[in-house]
Design a protein around this ligand. Structure first.
Ligand code: FES
Length: 88
């Protein structure tokens, strides 16, 4: 587990495609992160990751955790990956 310094970065795409495909629900992600993990992560919004420009748009919405792409992201998936990253 990371003690201090670098935080795990969660990047949520809130661009139009991702937003209509479900990212609107991810906006509340920050409040759903378990309290014990909150100071280990940093949640950011992206306006478009350029992943919706080709066939991959079918897999929107997109979230990246420390650069690892999560497709068809939802709160549960994101929290699962986060847990894995924190607990190894
Ligand atoms: S709107 Fe999310 S990748 Fe473009």
């Amino acid at each position: 587990m990371e003690e201090s310094g670098k935080k795990i970065e969660i990047e949520i795409c809130l661009g139009t495609t991702c937003f209509v495909m479900g990212a609107s629900k991810l906006q509340e992600l920050e409040t759903l992160i378990p309290p014990k993990y909150r100071n280990l992560v940093e949640v950011k919004a992206n306006t478009c990751m350029d992943l919706c420009k080709n066939a991959t748009y079918m897999k929107a919405p997109f979230v990246k955790i420390d650069g690892e792409l999560i497709t068809e992201a939802n709160v549960e998936k994101v929290l699962n990956v986060l847990e894995r990253k924190i607990n190894g």
